[in-house]
Design a protein around this ligand. Structure first.
Ligand code: AMP
Ligand code: MG
Length: 343
């Protein structure tokens, strides 16, 4: 019999169902919960067995640590050794919200959460449902994205169900995630804060609050063989739909002509609203050109749609890397396995 034969409950956002979700956490179970970034696959971060079950349910590599979620600032204190002035400023500025900070961990964080690292990633989500469940459980909740590892992060309860039915005890349906991309991750240990993963809170916004930060090389470049990575998650294949995604780095005319001339079955374009009239293939759009927030919000949703539509090849436009665009390009590069055609 399969190891994954749980009765996965579909939970609403009623007080009663949120209480049920919190109770599952207290009992060491797994629940997918909506956050403003993507859906998280949560468990009690202080329960080593429960945390190990997150890795099993996702098929996540054993060296890729988890983010711990809290519902109020004071809850961070027992989890970390030291909170720098800069970290305090970032917490005041962006929490609750889509920013994860990495600190030296305290002894109560089990090794299973951090994969043996001496640092721990902490975030306070702004989604009211996530916050209520965490608060009701009275626990810090470890939660990576609620998908099978390697696939596209879930932005609806249906996406969670499609991947994790039978593997988790419950899925709380809180509708579509507002941001649609995972949190910004910044390492607050060491001389200078270092951006490890771009997200909706941008590098520019962070610099405005705390001055210079380092942008890690791995954000826009593939990791070389044997290269040391500061954020283990960056070395794994990520966000891949069934279709082959190829990024086209070109101006409008060259992009149109490349896509229009392409031959084969089920070819799609991932482009902007303004492009659709010029393209003879089926299109899903990231919104209007230069609207990076809309692109962030629609990227994962569209990657899921390509699977539902049976897409074989997707030719994606390369967004600009300013503001939230850096996060969109970072995820798109990984979903395309860094395959970029420059015209
Ligand atoms: P996920 O929750 O699946 O979106 O992934 C969390 C991301 O944060 C992954 O890229 C992890 O490698 C990264 N992360 C979590 N904890 C740490 C840590 N202590 N040090 C560096 N990166 C971390
Ligand atoms: Mg993930």
């Amino acid at each position: 019999m399969s190891e994954f034969n749980k009765q996965t409950k579909l939970l609403s956002t009623s007080e009663n169902d949120l209480q049920t979700a919190a109770k599952i956490f207290k009992n060491g179970g797994l629940v997918c919960i909506p956050t403003e970034t993507v859906y998280g696959l949560g468990a009690n971060a202080l329960n080593e067995e429960a945390v190990k079950n997150i890795f099993k349910a996702k098929g996540r590599a054993g060296d890729n640590p988890l983010i711990v979620h809290i519902s109020k600032f004071d809850d961070i204190k027992p989890l970390v050794k030291n909170i720098s002035k800069k970290a305090e400023i970032l917490a005041q500025s962006f929490w609750p919200g889509p920013l994860t900070m990495i600190f030296e961990k305290s002894n109560i964080i089990p090794d299973a959460v951090t994969c043996g690292m001496d640092t721990v990633a902490i975030r306070m989500p702004s989604h009211p449902v996530a916050r209520k469940i965490i608060e009701k459980s009275g626990l810090p909740i470890a939660a990576p994205s609620a998908n099978i590892s390697g696939g596209v992060s879930p932005v609806t309860a249906e996406h969670c169900f499609a991947d994790l039915k039978g593997r988790v005890d419950g899925v709380v349906d809180g509708g579509e995630c507002e941001v649609g991309l995972e949190s910004t991750v910044i390492l607050m240990v060491g001389d200078k804060p270092r951006l490890l993963r771009p997200g909706f809170v941008t590098a520019e916004q962070i610099c405005e609050k705390i001055g210079e930060i380092i942008i890690d090389d791995a954000i826009l470049n593939p990791i070389g063989k044997g290269q040391k990575v500061l954020s283990p998650g960056m070395k794994y294949k990520h966000y891949s739909p069934s279709a082959k995604v190829i990024i086209i780095d070109a101006d409008d005319e060259k992009y149109y002509s490349y896509v229009n001339q392409a031959e084969g079955e089920n070819i799609f374009a991932l482009c902007y609203d303004e492009d659709v009239a010029h393209i003879n293939k089926k299109c899903l759009t990231l919104g209007r050109h230069n609207d990076n927030k809309s692109a962030a919000n629609r990227l994962f949703y569209n990657l899921h749609q390509f699977d539902l539509l049976g897409a074989k090849t997707v030719f994606a436009r390369l967004p600009k890397t300013d503001g939230v665009g850096l996060a969109v390009v970072n995820r798109l590069l990984r979903s395309a396995g860094f395959e970029v055609i420059k015209l």
